[in-house]
Design a protein around this ligand. Sequence first.
Ligand SMILES: [Zn+2]
Length: 262
Amino acid sequence: MHNLLIDAGVNLTSSQFDKDRTDILARAEAAGVDNMLLIGCCLQSSQESLSLAKKHGYVSTAGIHPHDAKDAPTDFVSQLRALAEHKKVVAIGECGLDFNRDFSPRDSQNAILEQHLLLAQQLDMPVYLHERDAFDSMRVQLEHTPVKGVLHCFTGTQDALEYYLDYGLMIGITGWLCDERRGEQLQKLLPLIPDDRLLLETDAPYLLPRSLKPKPKSRRNEPAFLQEVAKVAAELRSQTIEHISEITRNNFNRLFLSDMGE
Ligand SMILES: [Zn+2]
């Protein structure tokens, strides 16, 4: 019997799941993953994530990923606001800054993020934040517009981690943790995250945990593999998986579901 886990970040609308989305969800359930936050990363995927959340009993986000900032329509804030009226939409995002890949110009990433933070603040909703190699600019934005939320797929430095914790954010940990090369720094920092701030997420179909055995031929990640992230996190924190299961569930419910009477 698996410990129940909540996947705090799944890109279920990805075309990589088009052929077998129902199977993926059945495998997640069989693996004990009993709730998911379905990530919207543009207006269309935010709408589709909401539809999937309604259909399958999960929750979703509404936002525009920094990669897509340059394509945001001028009325995107009112479109996000309309999506956020639905009960199943529990966070604004995925939004943020990615100066690692720079798929959108940095000034456009900053302008779009600011609008997301303001909207979240107005609606008193949490944000689902993405930050890669952009800590200094993210800090300026967060100080300008105080919000609550999660820094998803944290991969930064100890200084950045301490800042985000002081600020009050939860920290989302992915299968990056299971990467013996890229994940080394994160493995050292993981025990510094207090119990009441930890969330686990797959970021599927991305970031297949490299420690997973056997590895699926497709190299595609899926929510069922969150158990591997939990196992590695438990070892590194010297905690039981039962404990990881309990604290991450409490954190998820407190941050995202407090308005739903959970
Ligand atoms: Zn992201």
